[in-house]
Design a protein around this ligand. Structure first.
Ligand code: SF4
Length: 221
């Protein structure tokens, strides 16, 4: 019987987090922001785009429109020039204008703090809402992006039938203690971004081979 077979999924997750924790330490989002509103905006902009690219446009955007009150006065056309170099700038400019107005009209200028209210905002899906809840408000929320999704599957934490980020989120939440959720999100994300990459994962450098069920995995000896 292999070591992997003897361990439950929770025990394997614990081992994985024990490995990743010291490698990455206490990490936060690589997006640059100063307020919950700015984090929300940056996270909306980061969809299908790199954090580095987003960080290159937000200083000027936040200088012109630092909060919901200021951005609510801006039209899609006003916002577009500031974010033209990120992916899908037209729809993101429209979403930022609309969500700012909704935050002013319905939440008195404050970013709402529940999943249900956040996902009512234009351009805000479950992943974006979970990032804001976890990072800006310290809530127990697990955002599943493409990296977390891939790593969860390759490490065998979720069944093949978990074919949506939502299903993966629910499965992972069963395995990760609440106190570890915030860190686990970033550790799994960074492992996926830098080691367990989508194409040509660096399996020979990976200390998680013994737990891996990925198609490209190099099994532990
Ligand atoms: S062994 Fe390779 S595929 Fe498996 S988790 Fe590590 S990097 Fe990813």
């Amino acid at each position: 019987m292999t070591r992997k077979a003897r361990l439950s999924k929770k025990e394997r997750m614990s081992r994985v987090l024990q490995y990743l924790g010291p490698r990455f330490g206490v990490v936060e989002t690589e997006l640059q922001y100063e307020t919950p509103f700015q984090l929300l905006v940056a996270t909306v902009l980061s969809a299908q785009c790199t954090d580095k690219r987003v960080n290159s446009v937000t200083p000027a955007l936040f200088s012109a429109y630092p909060d919901a009150r200021a951005m609510a006065t801006a039209s899609e056309e006003d916002i577009f020039p500031y974010i033209s170099s990120v992916s899908y700038p037209n729809s993101k400019a429209r979403h930022l204008s609309l969500l700012s107005r909704m935050i002013m009209e319905e939440y008195d200028g404050n970013v709402p703090q529940t999943l249900e209210t956040l996902t009512r905002l234009p351009g805000v899906g479950r992943k974006t809402a979970n990032v804001v809840l976890a990072v800006a408000f310290g809530q127990v929320a697990l955002a599943v992006d493409t990296h977390v999704f891939r790593v969860a599957h390759r490490l065998g934490f979720v069944p093949a039938s978990a074919n949506t980020p939502y299903k993966v989120e629910l499965a992972l939440r069963q395995l990760i203690p609440d106190k570890d959720v915030a860190h686990a999100h970033f550790w799994l994300l960074l492992h996926g971004r830098y080691t367990c990459t989508s194409q040509r994962p660096k399996c020979t450098d990976c200390g998680l081979r013994e737990f891996c069920v990925g198609p490209l995995a190099v099994k532990a000896k």
